[in-house]
Design a protein around this ligand. Structure first.
Ligand code: GDP
Length: 352
């Protein structure tokens, strides 16, 4: 073989190798994924959980946070002969759980009388259950009034100190209503923090609910007014209005909330004023709540973060102190972790 022939064979081999490896490289190269066209994509809406059975689902959390209180009470009551010291320690357990002095003394007196009067082998657990349910008061109207009258929308005004879970609660109520096929509109009347309106809008977008908002610093009353007017025009079932919870001065707060309500009511009556209270703030939260109750006619309490405190007795204290029923309880950070409050379920979770 001549040198030229050898060179030609070498070149041919090189050509074959280059072609084959090129083909392999091309095959291995991933193809670019097709980008979905955002303009043609409808937003994917979440399907919120219906409200029935929610407290049953969340009962585990209630039992976890409040179980120690129930066990503490049952341990004392299961003793054969209860001494004065035992009754005192029972009262202390109730006070530690934020039940409040008046209701704690009342409960201890009722238990003492009943357990003394009833036979020695009276079921202490059953007596305690009955008395706790009575203390929480099953006779109160705990329905959240989200429906309007005369064809207008129901208007729910949500008030409370910043950080208690107001916006979260508005978002969660919107989800409950959407799950129930109701048409809902949100009003972002906390115009002091743009982030608050953004947060509310995000809650709404997740379930296809629109938010009416104003520029930062707009008069909150005018946003409330616009929201309800828009709700009337659109024929929605419920308008949920989130408000600012700055505890600046008591007079300022009263003026502001009073005005929001008055101005809204030029369009349609406010059917529910929900005061949001953070259960973990105990007596301090209660003192702040009193200021709100004076500023606006509160019709129901949403007690949030009950999953984060063992002091579930606050349910009793809040109702007694404010004279308003606890209607909703927050039991976690999930979007559907808000449940209607039910005294019997609450006491049963507490007693395990
Ligand atoms: P706002 O300032 O009153 O509107 O309060 P937000 O709605 O922004 O809530 C403040 C924080 O509390 C958020 O991190 C919420 O996730 C949290 N939160 C609200 N409700 C609950 C609840 O029931 N349990 C727990 N663990 N966290 C909650």
């Amino acid at each position: 073989m001549t040198a030229v022939e050898l060179l030609l064979i070498g070149l041919a081999v090189l050509l074959v190798v280059a072609t084959v490896s090129g083909l392999l490289l091309l095959r291995g190269k991933p193809t670019q994924p097709r980008q979905p066209d955002a303009r043609t994509q409808a937003p994917v809406l979440e399907r919120p959980e219906v409200v029935e059975g929610r407290l049953a689902r969340l009962r585990g959390r209630l039992a976890r946070s409040q179980g120690a209180l129930g066990r503490g009470l049952l341990t004392v009551l299961s003793r054969d002969r209860l001494t004065d010291d035992d009754w005192e320690s029972l009262e202390d357990t109730l006070l530690t759980a934020d039940v409040g002095v008046g209701p704690a003394q009342e409960l201890v007196a009722r238990l003492r009388t009943r357990l003394r009067a009833e036979s020695a082998d009276a079921d202490a657990r059953q007596v305690l259950r009955e008395e706790l349910v009575a203390l929480v008061d099953p006779s109160l109207d705990r329905s959240v009034h989200t429906s309007g009258r005369d064809g207008g929308p129901g208007v729910v005004l949500v008030v409370g100190v910043n950080g208690t879970g107001k916006t979260t609660t508005v978002g969660r109520i919107a989800r409950v209503l959407v799950a129930d096929d109701k048409r809902v509109l949100l009003g972002a009347a906390d115009t002091f923090r743009a982030a608050a309106a953004d947060q509310l809008e995000t809650w709404g977008n997740r379930v296809g609910v629109e938010t009416v908002r104003g520029a930062e610093g707009t008069d909150p009353a005018s946003v409330g007014f616009d929201a309800v007017r828009t709700g009337l025009e659109r024929g929605v079932d419920t308008v949920l209005v989130d408000t600012a919870g700055r505890l600046h001065t008591k007079a300022g707060l009263m003026d502001e909330l009073g005005k929001v309500k008055r101005v809204i009511e030029k369009q349609a009556p406010v059917t529910e004023v929900l005061l949001v209270i953070d259960a973990t703030t105990g007596q301090n939260g209660l003192a702040q709540a009193r200021v709100f109750r004076e500023a606006v006619d509160v019709t129901g309490i949403a007690l949030t973060k009950l999953d984060g405190t063992a002091k579930g007795g606050i349910v009793v204290a809040v109702q007694r102190d404010l004279g308003v029923p606890v209607k909703l309880v927050g039991l976690g950070e999930g979007p559907d972790d808000l449940a209607p409050f039910d005294p019997e379920e609450f006491v049963d979770a507490l007693l395990g």
